[in-house]
Design a binder for this molecule. Structure first.
Ligand SMILES: Cc1cc2nc3c(=O)[nH]c(=O)nc-3n(C[C@H](O)[C@H](O)[C@H](O)COP(=O)(O)OP(=O)(O)OC[C@H]3O[C@@H](n4cnc5c(N)ncnc54)[C@H](O)[C@@H]3O)c2cc1C
Length: 443
């Protein structure tokens, strides 16, 4: 049976891998001139580095399972250091143990000087969805939210906690229950016993897309933007290519693995209710600015996060050469800075030189003197991360219900139930399995 996968990011490739492994003939239609979506390798200062996603949560199986399945298992590594800091109140301060920013050791928090813990309030977990900000502030005060939870979520979602859904973005916090501090201490103690939290690949996680795409049974077509989807009597018709020269491909089933705005356009005719819910999902834009310095120039540690209340330009810095052994082996210092949160639309209107200059100024304020970098690269990620605002999971349920009435059509990707690489792989696999389970493969 023939399946079209729309979008060659990790979700689409994971779906393609699952489908091809169960015997389907899969064509991945990717609109841009490269595979991988938010995974991307580029050369900076003579080194080939990740300039999009760079690490994979190892506490979930899907990412590492796929790495092994496509033959990259021997390149899998774990960070050399996970000592992170928060840059606040004018200094880099070691991050105390937390569960997504909820302090797991109030004494360590006090010693760090990062935030003042308000008198904790023991309150029931609401049954309806609320914002992360509302939930945390009511229980632990605004300072813990602003200087611990907010920078952590800013790193993962590029979002602001006043809008982000507790249930969709931080189910770990909701799961702590009524007594956040006691439960965070217990959860943290349990977590440290169970192995490394993150994994990467020697040479960069950006190698994963091509390895997945080389699975027998997967055909990849680049520069192939899908314009429309239409139901036929026995499957789906996919319209591909420039509007002046549209090609039609008939397939049995379709997996839409494009971000929400594109998915909304593609579903508008056939599944309008899903398209409407997809169109309500906002995205945040950001940029990763990578600096390469000739020598070892910064102290140990994997980098730092910055609370937005402090008004700095960068929101985080990762010292890739400290974090990943294979980067450090170059003998040079590689620092990735990230800028851009939801709603900061003007920030990315600066040109590359300006973005890099401002980011370097912040790095110098944080680390003290730094030499001029030998090279730097600005990679913009317009519409980089979907925003799971309050009520997000209801929107996803609406999409699921509407799609149930469109046999042979599935969606997957970061827009739904998790933005991290393992989550989007899980989403792609689940979409593929729904298609095979529905028996449409045998039609
Ligand atoms: C800067 C940045 C850093 C990140 N760092 C990490 C990290 O370290 N670890 C982690 O786990 N996660 C990280 N993430 C999140 C994670 O990388 C993404 O959420 C995930 O890779 C998204 O995968 P996806 O397949 O859903 O979407 P995408 O990667 O966006 O792929 C979708 C693909 O669809 C294509 N497409 C769109 N429209 C069409 C169309 N009409 N026709 C054909 N093709 C189309 C696009 O060109 C794209 O290639 C990061 C995200 C960003 C932006």
């Amino acid at each position: 049976m023939r399946v079209a996968v729309v979008g060659g990011g990790m979700a689409g490739l994971a779906a393609a891998h699952e489908l091809a492994s169960s015997g389907a003939e899969v064509v991945v239609l990717e609109g841009s001139d490269r595979l991988g979506g938010k995974l991307r390798l580029e050369k900076v200062g003579g080194l080939t580095l990740d300039v999009g996603a760079e690490s994979i949560l190892a506490r979930r199986p899907e990412g590492i399972d796929l790495i092994r399945a496509v033959g990259l298992g021997d390149k899998m590594v774990h960070p050399q250091t996970t000592t992170a800091a928060i840059w606040t109140h004018g200094a880099l301060r070691p991050m105390p143990p937390t569960v997504m920013g909820i302090p797991a050791d109030p004494a360590a928090l006090a010693a760090s000087g990062i935030a003042e813990l308000a008198d904790p309030r023991i309150l029931p977990v609401p049954t309806e969805d609320v914002s992360v900000a509302e939930f945390v502030t009511e229980r632990l005060g605004r300072d813990v939210l602003d200087r611990l939870v907010e920078p952590l979520l800013g790193g993962v979602y590029a979002g602001l906690t006043d809008h982000l859904s507790l249930r969709a973005t931080t189910p770990q916090i909701a799961a702590l229950g009524e007594d956040l501090l006691t439960a965070a201490a217990a959860a943290r103690a349990a977590a440290t016993a169970s192995g490394p939290v993150f994994a990467g690949l020697v040479g960069g996680v950006g190698q994963l897309p091509a390895a997945v795409a080389s699975t027998p049974g997967i055909e990849v077509r680049l520069d192939s933007t899908v314009r429309a989807l239409a139901r036929t009597s026995d499957g789906w018709r996919v319209s591909v290519g420039p509007t002046t020269d549209v090609e039609v491909i008939d397939v049995d089933t379709v997996v839409v693995a494009a971000p929400a705005p594109a998915a909304a356009r593609l579903l508008a005719e056939e599944v309008p209710e899903a398209a409407f819910a997809l169109a309500a999902i906002d995205y945040a834009s950001m940029a990763i600015i990578t600096f390469v310095f000739d020598d070892a120039v910064v102290p140990e540690g994997s980098g730092f996060l910055v609370p937005p209340v402090d008004g700095t330009f960068i929101k985080a810095a990762t010292v890739a050469s400290n974090k990943w052994g294979w980067v450090g082996e170059s003998g040079r210092t590689v620092i990735r800075t990230s800028v851009g949160r939801a709603g900061e639309t003007t920030l990315l209107q600066h040109d590359d030189a300006d973005l890099a200059g401002r980011a370097l100024t912040d790095l110098r304020r944080a680390y003290g003197t730094l030499p001029d970098p030998t090279d730097r690269l600005v990679r913009r990620w317009g519409g980089g991360l979907p925003q799971y605002d309050v009520g997000h999971l209801d929107r996803v349920d609406t999409i699921d219900r509407a799609l149930a009435a469109a046999p042979g059509l599935e969606v997957c990707g970061a827009a739904y139930r998790g933005v991290g690489i393992p989550a989007v792989i899980a989403s792609g696999r689940a979409a593929a399995r729904r298609l095979t389970a529905a028996g449409t493969m045998d039609a």
